[in-house]
Structure formats: structure tokens, C-alpha cells
Design a protein around this ligand. Structure first.
Ligand code: MTE
Ligand code: MO
Length: 321
């Protein structure tokens, strides 16, 4: 999210890295691939695991929940699935191919922290237990572009129910996988890996908070955060953390990767608001990446009727960054 666009000489001493990191991206990724192939044992096996067909394919398509209507056309699948932010696999939008290296089976999610009983759930068990549905949501990135996407998945509230948090838990902390062998971005020490995001338990319980497992009536491809990510459409896209391996209930507010990397620009709440600009650009409008048109950005990305109540009494918090 632009943080990385600094040149080597602008990077604070504490983050200084060997010069080869600043070669251009293509050279860098090619080099990293060669290094991985020669130096990491078992990579051929890892590649075969990564290439296995998705065992959840027969679950889709799922029935659409019509409660969340769109005010615009769905963005074409070809555009959405080739325009991603997933810094683990590269720092531009063109990461779909690189992301195919991620093995998504076996995959487990640990539910821990302030819960009745910690547990580790297998993704395919979870998929069988959860009520899958499709929802059409707008998605607004903090970088001022947007799209409209048919996600499949289940309400985050159902996962909270399964986890049985203690009443003392106020926040949910989510963590992405850490696997430097397959994720070239994670070999760059510029970011505090793994990717972390968080929300209040009240936000997680809101019906709009959706755990995503599929897209366009199919299992989600890896570039969208397979096999499990969250989507919170009233917040900037960076809150919607991908490829989750751990969900922790806590009484401490989690610090996300972006907040830790650049706290003056990316905060905990990150609710969409056209009137609160990013320090370096306006948030008043957004580019629809399907049509290329500019449209006005909506408060809470147009979802105020569902979520505005969550923020009563928090008016002194930086709710919109
Ligand atoms: N683990 C992880 N999750 C992530 C990101 C990331 O880099 N790593 N990028 C975020 C950002 S900035 C956006 S806009 C959305 C993009 O989701 P999409 O590629 O499915 O459209 O994912 C979010 N989740
Ligand atoms: Mo984003």
C-alpha cells in the first residue's frame, strides 16, 4: 500500500536490508525462486501439494442471500481474479500466478486465547459445519479503487459461536500463514510478517462480517486468500485478511500489519469515509476497476444502516483511518 514505494536509502536504519532486495521485482522473484528450488529440500513435494485439486469444489455454487443488494454491476470475474493485493506474493496487483504456490490442504485454523476451550479446526470439517451462502458485496480498497464481488462463505458470527469466547474477550486477532518458502514477499523483512488484522468482538458478530471460502460460485482461488479469509465490506480492504490460520480472542486491541508498519496512515478501525482523506490522497471518490469510472465513495461503503450502531459512543476514536 505505497509504504514499500520508498527507495532503499529512505528506509530507516533498523529496516536496512542487503542491496539485492532492491533489484527490480522480476529479477528479485526469479532469484528467490531459484534460491528456493536449489536450497530448500522437499520443494518438489511442496509444489505437488500446492497443485492438488480443491476438495471443496462440489460444495459450490451456494444459495444467494438477497439481503445485501448491489447498486452497481458485478465486476467481471477475469478482472477481479487478476487484480489483487496479497503482499505475501508480491507488491503489485499482478500476484495471481505467484499465489498458486500456496498449499491450501491440509489447512487448519486455530481458535485460541480467551475462549472456553482452545481448538484447531480442519478447513474441510469447518466447511461441512458452516451454513454456506453467497453475498454480493462492494469492496473498497484504501488506495481508492473498488469492485463488486460475489463471495461465498458463512457469517463470522457462526465462527464466534463455535469458538465460545469468554465475556472478557473484547477483540478478535486474525493471523495469516507464515511460509517463506512459498511466499516471496515474506522473505522481505520490510514488513512485520505474518499479516495480522483485528476487530472488536461486536464487529465480528455483526452480520456483515463474512468468512469467505468461495467466489463467483467456486472455491476461492489462492490469490483471494484461500482457503479462508474474512471480508468486512464497510471497512477498507486491508482489514479483510486472507489465508487465515489463527483466530485469537483477546482483551487487547490487536495491531495489524499496516498499523504497525505505518501507524500514521493505517489504523485499527479503518471504516470507509469519503470525508476523511488518507494523509497522501483523497478518499472522496474511487475508481471502479471494472468500468474504469470514478464514483463517489459512500460512508461505511454504503453499509451504514447495518453497522453505524457499532460506533455509538466511540466518536473520539480515529474511526476512519
Ligand atoms: N494476508 C493478506 N491479506 C490481505 C492483504 C495482504 O496483503 N495479505 N491485502 C489486503 C488488501 S490491501 C486488500 S484491498 C484485499 C484485497 O482482496 P482481493 O485481492 O481478494 O480483492 O485483501 C486484503 N487482505
Ligand atoms: Mo487494499
Amino acid at each position: 500500500m505505497h509504504v514499500i514505494r520508498r527507495r532503499g536509502w529512505e528506509i530507516p536504519e533498523s529496516q536496512a536490508t542487503p542491496e539485492h532486495i532492491y533489484l527490480n521485482r522480476r529479477t528479485l522473484l526469479a532469484g528467490a525462486g531459484a534460491l528456493a528450488a536449489s536450497a530448500l529440500p522437499g520443494l518438489a513435494h511442496a509444489q505437488r501439494v500446492a497443485d492438488l485439486p480443491d476438495p471443496s469444489v462440489s460444495l459450490y455454487p451456494v444459495k444467494r442471500n438477497e439481503k445485501y443488494a448491489l447498486d452497481r454491476e458485478l465486476t467481471p470475474e477475469k478482472i477481479v481474479t487478476n487484480y489483487n493485493n496479497f503482499y505475501e506474493f508480491g507488491f503489485d496487483k499482478d500476484i495471481a500466478r505467484a499465489a498458486q504456490a500456496l498449499p491450501i490442504r491440509p489447512w487448519t485454523v486455530k481458535l485460541d486465547g480467551m475462549v472456553e476451550k482452545e481448538m484447531t479446526v480442519d478447513i474441510d470439517d469447518l466447511l461441512r459445519r458452516m451454513p454456506l451462502e453467497e453475498r454480493l458485496y462492494r469492496m473498497r480498497c484504501v488506495e481508492a479503487w473498488s469492485m463488486a464481488v460475489p463471495w461465498s462463505g458463512f457469517p463470522m458470527a457462526k465462527l464466534v459461536e463455535l469458538a465460545k469466547p469468554l465475556s472478557s474477550a473484547k477483540y478478535v486477532r486474525m493471523e495469516t500463514f507464515l511460509n517463506r518458502a512459498v511466499a516471496p514477499g515474506q522473505r522481505m523483512p520490510l514488513y512485520p510478517w505474518p499479516y495480522i488484522e483485528g476487530m472488536t468482538v461486536a464487529e465480528a458478530m455483526n452480520d456483515l462480517a463474512f468468512m469467505v471460502t468461495g467466489i463467483y460460485g467456486k472455491p476461492a482461488p489462492k490469490q483471494h486468500g484461500a482457503p479462508l479469509r474474512i471480508v468486512m465490506p464497510w471497512k477498507y480492504g486491508f482489514k479483510s485478511i486472507k489465508s487465515i490460520v489463527r483466530i485469537t480472542f483477546t482483551d487487547k486491541r490487536p495491531v495489524g500489519l499496516w498499523e504497525e508498519a505505518q501507524g500514521r496512515e493505517y489504523g485499527f478501525w479503518a471504516n470507509v469515509n469519503p470525508k476523511v482523506d488518507h494523509p497522501r490522497w483523497s478518499q472522496a471518490t474511487e475508481e471502479d476497476i471494472g468500468t474504469g469510472q470514478r464514483r463517489p465513495t459512500l460512508l461505511f461503503n454504503g453499509y451504514g444502516e447495518f453497522v453505524a450502531d457499532l460506533y455509538k459512543g466511540l466518536e473520539n476514536e480515529p474511526l476512519y483511518m
